[in-house]
Design a protein around this ligand. Structure first.
Ligand SMILES: [Zn+2]
Length: 367
């Protein structure tokens, strides 16, 4: 993650702190200062926040160690002002495994809260004068913080742990894709309800609104990613690439490109040099705007869009789509891994058609 730096490495997992975290510490110290106790107040406040975030870190290590148990790499944990993020190489696909990985975070907080409660109970037995549950007591506050963390994380919405627990639970009864879509819909419903409640009750909490928005988006992304993964499973780039396409020579004019554009449904034309190596793409958008500016005799090579990336036909379609999405070019050249010659074009449109056909054939098989 950008703007974060490493503070420790525990059992192979880096612990990183995001720079914005220090803004939080500063704000907390200032608030503690203004409480009337001066520096002592600031130190108290900082001590509590540090302890609270230590609990966040332990929560993340709960996920990390559970994931390790299933052979999943866990490169780092980053502490942000809004909480911790443990990066797992992947989420386990088996529902029971996902359930364990998701639940182990909140369980750590349950364990901490229980340990504090037990310690306070023991103290009360040993010292009957001790005032249990006096307001503002450090350990009581920390216990409450851990319970709040459990409640918050168990909200059944992605990317909260509760969303993953729910998906894992649903996936035991239905397929993974449907379980994800149901869990995501519930998460979006909760986020929307909270936002609407704020609107109608006129109680505006900017942080809560931000969290609702974040949950709404994350749930949608999770569902879309799983749907795409399901649709493209087992397919390679060569199964979905455009193989019947026209190309332009290096000396083509804008007029030549227009002829090709009007002759068929292809929108973006690879330009090849005399040896057949790809130089770039003449895209429809650039072609149309250059045509009105420069006229049809203008060399097309001047409006060439260079392709920052190319694909091999044998990589998975999921990876190909991800790389296509990461560039601004509307099409990605597919090159033969040995000869480096252009063998196809990957476009979102063509992939969409391939997936549609596949879904139709699958539907036929089921009936
Ligand atoms: Zn968690």
């Amino acid at each position: 993650m950008k703007w974060s730096f490493k503070i420790a490495k525990v059992a192979g997992t880096e612990v990183r702190i995001h720079l914005t975290f220090f803004i939080l510490l500063l704000l907390v110290a200032m608030q503690g200062m203004s409480g009337g106790q001066g520096t002592a107040g600031a130190v108290d406040a900082l001590l509590f926040v540090s302890a609270a975030f230590l609990c966040v870190l332990l929560h993340e290590f709960g996920h990390v160690f559970a994931a390790r148990g299933y052979g999943i790499h866990t490169p780092d944990i980053t502490l942000l002002p809004i909480g911790g993020v443990a990066r797992l190489e992947r989420m386990p696909r088996k529902p029971s495994h996902e359930f364990v990985v998701a639940i182990c975070g909140p369980l750590v907080n349950v364990a901490i809260a229980a340990a504090i409660k037990l310690a306070l109970g023991l103290q009360m037995v040993m010292n009957p004068e001790y005032q249990f549950e006096q307001p503002g007591h450090f350990w009581e506050k920390l216990m409450l913080w851990n319970l709040i963390m459990v409640a918050f994380n168990m909200i059944p919405a992605f990317p909260m742990d509760g969303g993953r627990v729910l998906r894992a639970f649903l996936a035991m009864f239905t397929d993974y894709g449907r379980a994800t879509r149901w869990a995501a819909t519930l998460g979006q419903g909760i986020a929307l309800t909270v936002a609407l409640w704020m609107l109608f009750s006129r109680e505006f909490h900017p942080v809560l609104l931000l969290i609702s928005f974040f949950i709404f988006m994350a749930a949608g992304q999770e569902a879309a990613a799983v749907t795409q993964e399901e649709a493209t499973r087992g397919l390679r780039v060569r199964d979905a690439m455009l193989t019947d396409f026209r190309t332009l020579p290096q000396d083509a004019t804008l007029g030549d490109a227009v002829v090709l554009l009007l002759a068929g449904s292809q929108q973006d034309f690879p330009m090849l040099d005399e040896r057949g190596n790809i130089l770039g793409l003449v895209t429809r958008n650039r072609l149309v705007s250059a045509l009105s500016e420069n006229g049809p005799m203008h060399p097309a090579v001047h409006v060439l869009e260079s392709c920052p990336d190319s694909l091999s036909p044998i990589i998975s379609l999921g990876e190909g789509l991800e790389r296509l999405r990461s560039i601004t070019c509307p099409a990605m050249p597919v090159l033969d891994p040995v000869s480096r010659k252009l063998v196809g074009l990957l476009t979102a449109e063509n992939v969409g058609e391939v997936l549609m056909v596949r879904a139709a054939l699958r539907g036929r098989k089921e009936t």
